[in-house]
Each structure stands twice: as C-alpha cells, then as structure tokens.
Design a protein around this ligand. Sequence first.
Ligand code: TRP
Length: 336
Amino acid sequence: MTKPAKRILSGVQPTGNLHLGNYLGALRNWVRLQQEYECFYCLVDLHAITVQQDPAALRTSTRDGAAALLAMGVDPKTSVLFVQSNVAAHAELGWIFNCVARLGWLNRMTQFKEKAGKNKEQATVGLYVYPTLMAADILIYRATHVPVGDDQRQHLELTRDIAQSFNSQYGVEYFPLPEALILGEATRVMSLRDGTMKMSKSDASDYTRINVSDSSDLIAQKIRKARTDAEPLPGDPKGLETRAEAKNLVGIFAALADRTPADVLRDYDGAQFSKFKEDLAELTIAKLGPINDELRRLNADPGYVDGILRDGAERARAVADPIVREVQEIVGFLRP
Ligand code: TRP
C-alpha cells in the first residue's frame, strides 16, 4: 500500500447552528488546508449520540452542518465530505481500538470528566470510549495530520498512543502517528457577554454568540451590545491582559482581518469601543455575508447537499474499507 504523504482527517459535531467561534477556531482552517492536503472531513453523528439526541433533529442538523461546511468553503470536489455513520469502518476499527486502549488511558481524559459531570454513573459507555472512536476516525484513513482545537489535543495524544500500541502489539508499522495541526493564532473566540467563557452554541443567550446564519442587522446589534469595559483601547496587547472582553473583540477583529492583535491595536490606540465596534461589525458582516448567502442557497436545496454526502461517503469507503480489511488480517480475523 502506498501511503499518501499528507492526509488530513477532521470531524465536527453535526450542527447547523455554527457560530463565529467554530469558524475562526477550526473550520476556516479546514478550508485553507484543502490546498495542501488530501482532506477527509466528517460530521460525527456516531459521536453525537454519546449523549441523548432527538432523532429527527439529529438528521436535520447533520444535513445543516454539511451545508454550513460547504458554505464556508469546503470544496466537495477536492475534499471528501461525509457523514461518519455512513462509513461502517469507523465503528469497526473503533471496536478494535477498544481492545487496544487501556482503562487507565481513558480515565485520564478531561473531556469525559467535563461532559459526564457529577453523575458519572449515568454517562453512556459510548461517551467513555468517545476517544477510541475518534482515534478510529483518524486512523481508518491513516491520516497524518489532524487540525484540531486546543481542547482536542489530549484526544490526539491518545490516538498516537493507540496507533503506537497497535503497531507494537502486532509487530507492524501500519498506522502513522498523526500530528495535530494547530494553526495560526489559536483563535479562542469567547462569549460576547463574558470574556472568560467560550463562545458556545449551548449558551442560553443568543447574544453571547454570532451565528453564521445571523443577518447583517443582527450581527451589528450583537456586536454593539457586546460587553466591554469603560477604558479606551490600549496600543499594545499587554494592555488587554486583564480585560477579557476587550481582548476577545480585538482577537476576533484580528482573526477576521488576518492580522495580529498587536497590528490591529496600533490602529486603535486610545480609541473608544463605539468606534471599534462599528468597524468590527462592518468587518464581520463582510466576512460572514457571503457565507450566509451561500448557506441560504444550500438550505433551499437539501437534495444537492445529500448528493454531495452520498458521493463523499462512497469515496470515504473506497479508502477506509481496504484499510479495515488489512487491519482485520493483522488482528487475525478469519475471512473464509
Ligand atoms: N471530538 C471532536 C470535537 O468535539 C470531533 C471529532 C470526532 C474529531 N472525530 C474527530 C476531530 C476526528 C478530529 C478528528 O470537536
């Protein structure tokens, strides 16, 4: 088997309600990486059901999520865009990895602790083995690089441990040890109402986030109402260290403009937030507007999106199926 030099896999939870944090934190990078890598991007519905989901809503949000990715610039001709559950090999390899990973490794996963909360006994077993399935997502394509946010770094470490452990247990050099790609200024976009909380689709107030689906008027309004402090803007990022909300807005501006915060602040040294927010709203609308238009177009044509996903699943299976067969061979499964 020839190994592709640079192959990417990444996954995103199925949701149509993507916000600026998703876009600047990860998805914008997905689009950029397409030029240099062979990319596999999946909507992780198998992961989604590790917590309870409404079936009809899951189906809709999976399609909407795909539409959002396409609207943001994922190119279905050069990249493979698909739904995780449509490629059975993910779950098949996931099982094999459950038999490689150790309880001790999973017990250290911080995301499980966060998601399971106080009531650990009631968490699903699926939530516990979430990281082994994620390892399978990546390694079923023998991907070499994985663009992820900081919060997924530990899962990627585990993926490397599983790959290494599999290789050494079976005396093969089959799986690559994939590397995290944390790109650019890691843009952690925070809530518009509390600069210490991540921007989140589950926050009760819609005014904490800017959704890709928001109209221009709504974007302007949300930015105008974003929490700030009474001081004018500093001329240097050091002046933002204790000002979480100001830091967040400057970070968003810089990310959208493809500039550094220091560079942005040089223009706004001593400026009032009213002026800065006006410019930020204009910039945000200019960047999200075309995505929003495309999203509307795609949402009006679900058959088109489904066609892309069918084609993506077929191309994903063409790569994943031979790999899962080779793994079964290595493990010693009889194929009469
Ligand atoms: N766990 C990731 C998240 O919550 C989603 C994901 C699932 C993923 N499988 C993946 C990301 C494989 C990268 C690679 O964001």
